[in-house]
Design a protein around this ligand. Structure first.
Ligand code: DX5
Ligand code: ZN
Length: 217
């Protein structure tokens, strides 16, 4: 089986040194840079927008995995594409026109992702499977880093894996991932794990990323 991909969430980075932090996770061997965009409306927290993403774009060539926790997302998709996103993930619980959003993201030349909150059923994915490049299963309620993994989401990861079948769709899991549960999450079918506090809580990102990768094997 392929190695798990690690996407550190810069939500847990030192915002005063964001460029350096991005360079450090790149050098430490991350696969994607996970960027959590929050609007204080869809989720009860505010983070950053396209200006900050554009400012850190020159600090790494790694793919920018942009997780939009904003409602609506539709008016801003082009802004995130122009800021340097490679993958743009919208929530199925936001906006009114999920299918249209996915089409717009692909028409902007970016990979299209959809994210499901812990309380959302996988059935929402069935009509859009051929319009997706990535499915992001939230294993915490979105809004904050450092929360506890919600155990019921492991069955959902398995169900999503089965739905994907042979399609070229990546399955990413976000929230509460650490060295103790990453193997279970990978075995359930995850290709990519987001890790905020698990990576940035230590001083040595090489060590924290390696620890996650080793634990997943
Ligand atoms: C939560 C975000 C996550 C979060 C992950 O709303 O989508 O990406 O920052 O952080 P940890 O790994 O600390 O749960
Ligand atoms: Zn996220």
């Amino acid at each position: 089986m392929a190695l798990i991909k690690i996407a550190p969430s810069i939500l847990s980075a030192d915002f005063a040194r964001l460029g350096d932090e991005v360079r450090a996770i790149d050098a430490a061997g991350c696969d994607y840079v996970h960027i959590d965009v929050m609007d204080g409306h869809f989720v009860p927290n505010l983070s950053f927008g396209p200006t900050i993403i554009k400012a850190i774009r020159s600090h790494t060539k790694k793919p920018f995995d942009v997780h939009l926790m904003i409602d609506p997302a539709a008016p801003y998709l082009a802004d995130y594409a122009n800021a340097g996103a490679d993958i743009i993930t919208v929530h199925c619980e936001a906006d009114k026109h999920l299918h249209r959003n996915l089409q717009v993201i692909r028409s902007l030349g970016k990979k299209a992702g959809v994210s499901l909150n812990p309380g959302t059923s996988v059935s929402v994915l069935e009509p859009i499977l051929d319009d997706l490049d990535l499915i992001l299963v939230m294993s915490v309620n979105p809004g904050f880093g450092g929360q506890k993994y919600i155990a019921s989401q492991t069955d959902k990861i398995r169900a999503v894996r089965a739905l994907i079948g042979n399609r070229p769709i990546e399955l990413e899991v976000d929230g509460g991932v650490n060295a103790d549960n990453v193997k279970m999450i990978k075995d359930a079918g995850a290709d990519v794990v987001v890790a905020g506090s698990a990576v940035f809580s230590g001083d040595d990102y090489v060590k924290t990323i390696k620890a996650l990768r080793t634990a997943a094997q």
